[in-house]
Design a protein around this ligand. Structure first.
Ligand SMILES: [Mn+2]
Length: 324
């Protein structure tokens, strides 16, 4: 199928590898259309009023790999034709064109990335970007996927690459959002379109420099002392880098303990909070945080939240009581 857009076209995509690769694939399809692309303020999963006003100036808007609040999508759809490509859990939304098999009840393992949803829609052959999107979202766990792991292995063999090379490419592409460089994220899809072979990605100097900086910062943060709150490990950090989820995972690994990390250095008025537990179901805590009016999301074993600075201690206390 071909993509039906008209007039000024804007591509809004997630900042991670899957979002960048999905945008790269869509750009190729939109080659004759003067499309622009944007990601969100890194760390935000909603549009600001400024972005809503700005985006509504476009005739067609394509949203890739990014679940926005339904009211954001509906607002964009008032004046623009909106098309969504996604693989996250999302309610069906009328008044937009929605390519999201998961929203229609399909199996997540059959649609492991937005890049795959895009690629399938466009009827493309398997290529590097489609597969990088999957590896980015699933990392090592893609090896357990009976449908796609054989495809990835065969692709690697054919192009003389190791799976580790793909993981490294993901690390390099993701370094742009982890260092908080929104502009670099927005430049990446065109870069991949113009010169995006494996070696162009692996040898990109800026991205390699990013990875070094991120590793140094991760070491610094791991070495900071942590405290104990009712049997829960609590780490307080101040970093401008978006590495709280990776840090929390490292702290939790093998410790058997619940871990909470607070970053006071990412947002001006709010803290980033990340919680991971080996045994407690986080979904009740997520609901509680949302009920308290915070932006919170996650899964069974992990919660991420953005909390106004003056409310952080209260939520930490409540979370530690729940987990301890
Ligand atoms: Mn994705």
């Amino acid at each position: 199928m071909s993509l039906d857009v008209h007039g000024r076209t804007l591509l809004v995509h997630h900042w991670d590898t899957d979002g960048i690769c999905s945008a790269r694939l869509l750009f190729e399809e939109l080659r004759d259309v003067s499309a622009e692309n944007r990601t969100l303020r890194i760390g935000n999963y909603f549009l600001t009023e400024e972005e809503l006003v700005d985006f509504s100036g476009y005739d067609s808007i394509i949203i890739a790999d990014m679940v926005l609040p339904v009211e954001n999508v509906l607002r964009l759809a008032e004046g623009s034709e909106v098309t969504i490509f996604d693989h996250h859990i999302q309610p069906p939304i009328e008044s937009v064109i929605q390519h999201n098999p998961i929203a229609m009840g399909a199996e997540p393992d059959d649609h492991p990335s937005a890049s795959w949803v895009v690629s399938e829609f466009l009827g493309r052959e398997i290529d590097l970007y489609t597969l990088l999107g999957m590896v980015g979202d699933r990392e090592h766990r893609i090896k357990e996927n009976e449908r796609f792991w054989p495809i990835i292995s065969e692709f690697c063999l054919e192009y003389g690459m190791a799976f580790d090379d793909m993981l490294r490419m993901v690390e390099l592409l993701d370094s742009n959002y982890k260092t908080g460089d929104k502009r670099a994220v927005e430049m990446a899809p065109r870069l991949l379109l113009e010169s995006g072979g494996p070696s162009d990605i692996l040898e990109n100097r800026e991205w390699n420099r990013n990875v070094e900086l991120l590793e140094e910062e991760m070491d610094r943060l791991l070495n900071l002392p942590s405290e104990d709150m009712l049997g829960v490990t609590v780490k307080r950090i101040t970093t401008q880098y978006n590495i709280i989820s990776a840090l929390t995972r490292k702290l939790a690994w093998g410790s058997g303990r619940s871990v909470m990390v607070v970053n006071t250095g990412f947002f001006e008025d709010s803290d980033q909070l990340y919680v991971r537990s080996p045994d407690r179901d986080m979904r009740a805590l997520i609901e509680r945080a949302v009920g308290l009016g915070f932006k919170a999301g996650g899964k069974k074993d992990v919660m991420g939240a953005i909390v106004p600075k003056e409310e952080t201690e209260g939520l930490l206390k409540e979370a530690s009581e729940y987990l301890g």
